[in-house]
Design a binder for this molecule. Structure first.
Ligand code: AQP
Length: 331
């Protein structure tokens, strides 16, 4: 039997609201699945959530609720760490060091910053340097693999880039992490505008499906999802972005191929197809909602406290290695 240590995975979620179907299919489902083969660290990235306007009075409830959703969908604190970013100061400390290696030209190309500022968010320095903090999250824990949705692909490239810059300048400290992005549903789109991604911060409730929505809400949202006027079910993200999105969602929820679904639903009209998609989503999310309700009185804070303590312990040794490499000696 091999005694090779398991590879490390790291990923994060912002406590910015009720997690949605996109978070679940694009990332969280893989977080739960990968736990048995990897040494997994999952983080509720509250410092990232501060890069856009937020209400301090709501942050604690959002952190706890996000943790509860993650536990409900199968993150197992006996096997994986689950804590909040602000519990471990190494994230912010490493972000500072990495920022000294990050060319502004690289950050100027980030589409998320452009999208968010165009959508009306203030263009503050924290939002601009969001990818640097994300790189620090991943590199602090020496992650090899990062399960994320497609929207984080560009930030992962930046993480790899800054890790290489650091290693070239100061010696081999960081493994170069790989993105782990699912083949279907890597970018679940809004139900009201299928050219934009589903996101927690979307102002229209009808645009997304929360992981905890009641079955009837899920059915209504999918029934009213924006599609097109040619009632043939076929996969074409340019001509039929709404139907293509629903096909991806159904493929991910049923583990069937898109071709297989098209063969079954092509000529039956949009109504029956949408009903089938809704039932697939309801079935996929039902166990998560049941587990979430069962956890309502559980002590989520104790999980965060204990994982945070372990993550802090790990990070101290890792950060010492970084400080030594950059020439900062401890006394
Ligand atoms: N639509 C999506 N499809 C697939 N994966 C997605 N992810 C996010 N949206 C989709 C993935 O979910 C993980 C957590 O990301 P996040 O906390 O940044 O989620 P969000 O929904 O994007 O959050 P916000 O607060 O609403 O932010 P913005 O305004 O950026 O959309 C990540 O792995 C992400 O890839």
């Amino acid at each position: 039997m091999s005694s090779e240590p398991k590879q490390r995975i790291f990923s994060g979620v912002q406590p910015t609201g009720q997690p949605h179907l996109g978070n679940y299919l694009g990332a969280f489902r893989n977080w739960a699945r990968l736990q048995s083969d990897y040494d997994a660290i999952y983080c509720i990235v509250d410092l990232h959530a501060m890069t856009v306007e937020y209400n301090p009075a709501d942050l604690e409830a959002a952190r706890i609720d996000t943790a509860r959703v993650l536990l409900a969908l199968g993150i197992d604190p006996e096997r994986s760490l689950l804590y909040t970013q602000s519990q471990v100061s190494g994230h912010a400390e490493l972000a500072w060091i990495l920022s000294t290696l990050m060319p502004m030209g690289v950050l100027n190309r980030m589409t998320q910053f452009k999208d968010k500022t165009t959508a009306g968010h203030a263009s503050n320095l924290g939002l601009y340097s969001y990818p640097v903090l994300m790189a620090a999250d991943i590199l602090l824990h020496r992650a090899n693999l990062v399960p994320v949705g497609d929207d984080q692909r560009q930030h992962l490239e930046v993480t790899r880039d800054v890790a290489e810059r650091f290693n070239n300048r100061f010696g081999e400290v960081f493994p170069i992490p790989e993105a782990y992005i699912p083949e279907t549903s890597a970018r679940v789109m809004s139900l009201t505008d299928p050219t934009a991604k589903m996101s927690k911060s979307h102002s229209q409730p009808k645009a997304s499906i929360s992981i905890l929505d009641d079955p009837d809400v899920i059915r209504k949202r999918i029934k009213s999802a924006v599609t097109d006027s040619d009632p043939v079910v076929r996969y074409d993200t340019q001509a039929k972005p709404g139907i293509s999105n629903l096909l991806e969602i159904m493929a991910a929820c049923t583990d069937r191929s898109i071709d297989d679904l098209v063969e079954e639903y092509a000529d039956g009209g949009y109504g029956p197809f949408k009903m089938a998609v809704a039932e697939a989503v309801v079935e996929e999310l039902a166990p998560v909602k049941a587990a979430y309700n069962a956890l309502k009185n559980g002590d989520v804070r104790e999980v965060l406290r204990e994982s945070g303590r372990k993550a802090r312990e790990l990070s101290v040794g890792y950060q010492a290695e970084v400080y030594k490499a950059v020439g900062i000696k401890g006394y």
